[in-house]
Design a protein around this ligand. Structure first.
Ligand code: GLN
Length: 473
């Protein structure tokens, strides 16, 4: 049986493995061959895991002894801020250079238990701050559709891995869009789960009230398979939701969908055109779509860029070269701190640490941080109103398709605007998915763009369902 990686899904790979048409070894080797061929140019993987052979053997064993699941033997990429014991997890930072995880993240353990084969650690923006993967201390990742363009970020490596057939699926983290935005720019499906739906234990923390781990996949069905495997309550993460809480009865034949009126004004015309065509298709399929004013969505970016740096400044404080992180020794203790942090962190991390420290400082906290928290509540209430009538809020995932290297990196505010449609789901804690909606032609390359469905709290299954319905149109 011949296997074409480009169109292969988890479901099909599983069938082939189960039927014995292909072995785990042969499947993994196909991906390793592509990695060998493309990684130098694309810079997708920072390192490959050192125990691939053992993982392959274990997975094949599961087929032999009848304990295999849909995920057994499936080659998966892991963002470099997710820990797998003994493997490099450096969050693409100098300060964690060569750091090897001392324990395994809950999500990784769950997938390992099912025999997933982890191939390696993928490149990202340092500590997950960025929208282009240009903030990595180890060089940028290139977009497989056009190597002069960014793959998005911060999980750019994971998104590119799936698009370039360097993994069949991947895990990333999403604090303000870092799964959905690169999934959109690389042309795959990316899911940000309900806050607390998936354990964060073993993810290198950035913005703890916003961070969620989630899958990159070829399609919505594959994303659901991974989501099902990684979700659930975890004694190591007190924010995880009890398993009884999930509403599994949310699938409908047709959904009612709201598009925020006036909120799409900044979207590039070519992207908007693809979006409008996609909306038409949804309407023709019977879903009802209305334009609804949602003014509080405009608070998303300002709230995010206060709350997120505030949490970053406290989460990254531990990397001082004494307790955590690579030490650069100075003449005095203070000198050691200064040298360690100056050389260990990149420009964007420093910018956010300073910004976060500022908005939390005495005299300013009330003016910025407390205000942001109040606006967050307001956004929650307003969206809850919308969700009384509508199942989803629909927008493009991003205002633009993949941009060129350097185009936005010199202007942080331009870069932050990339997140305009994605940050709200993290702020209010609801699930959201990006699913490919078409391509726009940029200088001769067809660049993918994505559509985002943002659903009700704990209705991840509905979000996956509408994504699947949309794919099938
Ligand atoms: N691009 C956003 C930022 O730079 C989102 C990052 C993320 O989701 N990790 O903060």
């Amino acid at each position: 049986m011949s296997i074409t990686l480009q169109t292969l899904t988890i479901t099909e790979a599983h069938k082939a493995l189960l039927a014995g048409d292909i072995t785990v070894r042969a499947l993994v080797d196909m991906y390793l061959a592509v990695i060998e061929e493309k990684n130098e140019e694309l810079n997708v993987y920072l390192t490959l895991h050192t125990d691939i052979d053992d993982q392959v053997e274990r997975a094949q064993q599961m087929f032999t002894n009848g304990t295999a699941t849909e995920l057994t033997g499936i080659p998966c990429a892991l963002k470099a801020n997710l820990m797998r014991k003994g493997q490099v997890a450096n969050a693409s930072s100098r300060i964690l250079e060569n750091y090897q995880a001392t324990y395994t993240a809950t999500v990784v353990q769950k997938l390992e238990d099912q025999g997933v084969v982890f191939l390696g650690a993928t490149n990202m923006d340092e500590f997950a701050m960025g929208s282009s993967t240009e903030n990595s201390a180890y060089g940028a990742t290139k977009n497989p559709h056009d190597v002069t363009r960014v793959p998005g970020g911060s999980s750019g490596g994971s998104a590119a891995a799936v698009s370039a057939d360097m993994a069949l699926c991947a895990l990333g983290t999403d604090t303000g869009g870092s799964i959905r935005q690169p999934a959109a720019l690389c042309g795959n499906v990316g899911l940000k789960t309900t806050y607390g739906g998936v354990s964060r234990y073993g993810a290198i923390a950035m913005g703890s009230s916003l961070d969620q781990i989630g899958p990159f996949a070829k399609n919505a069905v594959d994303a659901r398979i991974i989501w099902n495997a990684i979700r659930g309550q975890d004694e190591h993460d007190m924010t995880t939701i009890s398993n009884d809480y999930w509403d599994t009865t949310v699938n409908k034949d047709v959904y009612s969908i709201a598009i925020p009126e006036g909120f799409l004004d900044g979207v590039e015309p070519a992207v908007l055109e693809v979006f409008n065509t996609a909306v038409l298709k949804l309407e023709q399929a019977g879903h009802s779509i209305n334009r609804v004013p949602m003014p509080s969505l405009t608070y998303g970016l300002p709230v995010y860029y206060v709350v997120m740096p505030a949490e970053v400044s406290s989460n990254l404080a531990r990397y001082d070269g004494i307790r955590y992180g690579k030490q650069v020794l100075g003449d005095t203790l203070l000198d050691t701190y200064v040298k360690t942090k100056s050389q260990g962190f990149g420009a964007e991390s420093k910018r956010r640490i300073m910004l976060g420290t500022y908005v939390l400082s005495a005299g300013y906290a009330d003016k910025f941080y407390t205000q942001a928290l109040a606006l967050k509540e307001k956004m929650k209430q307003d969206l809850e109103e919308v969700y009384k009538t509508y199942d989803f809020v629909l927008t493009p995932t991003t205002p633009t398709a993949a941009f060129k290297f350097g185009e936005k990196s010199s202007d942080p505010l331009q870069m932050y605007l990339e997140d305009i449609f994605t940050v709200s789901a993290n702020i209010v804690g609801v699930p959201a998915i990006s699913v490919p909606m078409g391509t726009v032609n940029l200088d001769g390359s067809d660049m993918p763009v994505g559509m985002q469905f943002m659903g009700r709290h704990s209705e991840d299954l509905a979000v996956l369902d509408i994504a699947e319905k949309f794919e099938n149109l």
